[in-house]
Write a protein that binds this ligand. Structure first.
Ligand code: GTP
Ligand code: MG
Length: 136
């Protein structure tokens, strides 16, 4: 079955929302097949976010993502990549639809980067690449 990489970002862990986010993944019907808590270093994040290198939010993004522990999740199920993106909601949590993780649990905190609780791979290619980085 299809697999995706999900991250509960440092803001989600710090706010005590890890359980709530894992609950939503499982309640939707996806299976968690891997789980790791770690503090990511800049090297791992540079590989993870290579598509964003050079953008104005890149430095604050890496700073934020390495600021504390995060939880990496491997989840499995038919169309899980698309399904989790839908559960997560749009990138900007202020406008994310209610019912989504970002819409229900996130908001703007006035910082240089969107603190939006979760990451989910956006294609089969990025899922394979990202799972190789976080679950090698
Ligand atoms: P991920 O699932 O985390 O990859 O989110 P996404 O796919 O919705 O967003 P994208 O991959 O475009 O960007 C990665 C992360 O960079 C986002 O989740 C935000 O934390 C941050 N980010 C993206 N675009 C912007 C932006 O325009 N401004 C700011 N401040 N942060 C951004
Ligand atoms: Mg993305």
């Amino acid at each position: 079955a299809e697999q995706t990489l999900i991250l509960v970002k440092p803001d989600g862990v710090a706010r005590g929302l890890t359980g709530e986010i894992l609950r939503r993944i499982e309640a939707k019907g996806y299976r968690i097949t891997g789980l790791r808590m770690l503090t990511a270093d800049r090297e791992l994040l540079a590989a993870h976010y290579e598509e964003h290198q050079g953008k104005p939010f890149y430095e604050p993004l890496v700073e934020f993502m390495s600021s504390g522990p995060l939880v990496a999740v491997r989840a499995e199920g038919d169309r899980v990549i698309e399904g989790f993106r839908s559960l997560a909601g749009t990138t900007d949590p202020t406008g994310a639809a209610p019912g989504t993780i970002r819409g229900d649990l996130g908001r703007d905190w006035g910082l240089a980067v969107q603190q939006n609780l979760v990451h989910g791979s956006d294609s089969t290619l990025s899922a394979e690449r990202e799972l190789g980085l976080w679950f090698s």
